[in-house]
Design a protein around this ligand. Sequence first.
Ligand code: SF4
Length: 451
Amino acid sequence: MNPYIQYMYSYPHKTAYRPLTGIHFQDYASMLAGKGHGLYLHIPFCQSKCGYCNLFSVTGLCQEAVDRYLDAVECQSGQYQAVLDSVHTEFSELVIGGGTPLFMTENQLEQMFCVLEKHFRYCEGRDLVVETAPNQTTREKLEILKQSGVSRISMGIQSFNDRELLTLERQHDARKAREALELIKDFDFPCVNVDFIYGIPGQTKASLLESLKEVLRFEPEEIFLYPLYVKHGARMEREGIVLEPETAFAQYQTASSFLREEGFYQDSMRRFVRRDMERTFSECGFGTSIGLGCGGRSYLGNLHFCSPYAITRNECLERLRDYEDTENFLEITHGIILSEEEQKRRYVIRHLLIRPGIELGRYRELFGRDVLDDFPVLHEWIKQNFASICEEEKHGDSEPRKYFALTERGLGFSDYLGPQLISPEVAKSMHEWEVAHGQTHDSIPRQSEKL
Ligand code: SF4
């Protein structure tokens, strides 16, 4: 059994999206009324492409290209604002991701924050999250983030071992990662989260633990552990790198128990939160979120949309040109409309893979049925000790709530269990996309089925 089939961070996958006609942003405005929505801005630029990555990002572009992109973001923001103001939208979270947002110059960063403040309204105490990378983390840029009220910095370190970083074809080395962490510490952001990768060819349990022990010196609030996936079209795939799921899984077990012993609470297969941090839980299956920029995805009820999925550099550049040439951002031309069954699947996937799990009563309230009747495979998972029904502690007179939640063993197999919930229709659309793009094998190539 290979535990690494697919990372289900959202559902359905963008490769299941198709052209749409006759749909306008205004038609969905009422879903964005009032407070509590998410805003995401995608900055699709990187210094160079990491060996495993096929995210929507391009390298080697000049500053003028970034300026053109920001102008298009401003145009999109202005058109959205006209609609959002009519329903008094206030965003509770703003995330700036990529790519590498800090690839931009200081002037460009300031212009970006200016656009985001000018066109959108935010709730008091909003979360403001920015992703960064060690090479782009400078004192001057951090000062801009601090002044703009950034509440969380997310940085991909991946390893403190230079040989492993070279294998991943990351641009930074361990010294640069340490310097960036020292700098970030000086600014005292409320939350710093760092990403690490396991399953890197040549990596051992000992070297992974060394990296984690080193990062603990910087006292991050959250640590994310990602298994290495070599994505379609990524350089490591072309180089014929073979991953070993069995080794990766053993490293995961060692690293996750180490972090739990060090006082971290494990929220999901990937996320470890320091126990003294407040953990908030919000229902994540139906959140409304607007994506700005090329590659930014929007979720408005049963409508999900973004620009068409692209992997190769040429395709990404073409998408960027299309984005910059767009005159009417209110016309939705590519995405998916979820049926009720797909909405159920999304709800289950989004709640199952993160603690506390699926609240049984809430599912019944939303869909009028028991989740175990809708998804008989969940019974199997209980038998196989991947999941269990658990009850929260009783508070006062109210009945304790019951959850369907993954066990510790089940969490480790999240990327094996989650894909089993993909509907045949969505799987078919994803497969058709892969065939049309010359990628007929499974979404994670070159991993043997050893485990
Ligand atoms: S992994 Fe991140 S930094 Fe590396 S190329 Fe992809 S988006 Fe850029």
